[in-house]
Design a protein around this ligand. Structure first.
Ligand SMILES: Nc1ncnc2c1ncn2[C@@H]1O[C@H](COP(=O)(O)OP(=O)(O)OP(=O)(O)O)[C@@H](O)[C@H]1O
Length: 218
């Protein structure tokens, strides 16, 4: 189980301050929706959680120890991040699945792959499909499946249903709710207020790089 604690965390680049004095604790099993205007710093918060970027002020504790002192590869085995714009590689969907196993020197777990495709309402036939021909919504679901091939402790989701229709959005929401029920901590950036409140236990609102509110929903 993984706990992430931000202690007065700031992040700025050469041009400006992007996040300021963020203090929050994400507890194991939490389901937190993250909302706020465009450019307020939501994606930056997620990138800090999995050490894709480093804070320029304050500390992030990962299970009580400074995240910056820990091996990013080990951290990312526990924390998975599904990006706003899916970046699929290779020629086919299968390439995206098999590569994840290959880098871990493991055989593809066909049962796991099969159950994830079903969970996200996709036929196995997609494995042979070319990336180039996929729709935005198909790419989003393949990216989610790839993120979940190995069960994370913490799942960071950045606008992952923006290209999906209502039916598939609901399927993804239900799948994420089920994962949270299995103990996976969820941090989900969304612009959809209904989505932000429907399943989450907490609603974190970021404005202008600062926490505006942290509301208990359940
Ligand atoms: N690598 C970077 N270089 C320069 N500016 C950046 C970088 N990353 C983020 N920013 C800036 O920081 C601010 C916050 O960006 P961030 O992507 O975290 O916002 P967001 O709340 O996720 O926005 P959106 O809802 O539009 O996705 C923006 O003004 C953005 O332009």
């Amino acid at each position: 189980m993984t706990q992430i604690e931000f202690q007065d965390v700031s992040y700025s680049n050469d041009e400006k301050s992007i996040l300021k004095d963020i203090s929050i604790s994400i507890e194991p099993g939490d389901y937190v929706s993250v909302m706020g205007p465009s450019g307020s710093g939501k994606s930056t918060l997620l990138k800090l959680c999995c050490h894709l970027i480093s804070p320029t002020g304050g500390r992030i504790l990962f299970n009580g120890d400074d995240l910056m002192q820990q091996d990013p590869i080990e951290v990312r085995k526990k924390i998975s991040y599904c990006f706003q714009t899916p970046t699929l590689f290779g020629e086919t969907v299968e390439d995206n699945i098999s590569f994840s196993y290959a880098i871990r020197k493991q055989n593809v777990d066909r049962e796991r792959v099969h159950s994830l495709f079903s969970r996200f309402n996709m036929s196995q036939d997609y494995l042979g499909h070319k990336i180039q021909g996929l729709s935005g919504g198909e790419k989003q679901r393949i990216a989610l499946i790839r993120t979940l091939l190995f069960m994370p402790d913490v799942l960071l989701l950045d606008e992952v249903t923006s290209a999906l229709d209502a039916d598939n959005t609901l399927i993804v929401e239900k799948a994420i709710e089920a994962l949270n029920g299995e103990g996976v901590t969820i941090l989900w950036v969304t612009h959809n207020p209904e989505q932000g409140r429907k399943y989450a236990g907490k609603l974190l609102t970021i404005e202008d790089g600062q926490i505006n509110s942290l509301e208990e929903l359940k």
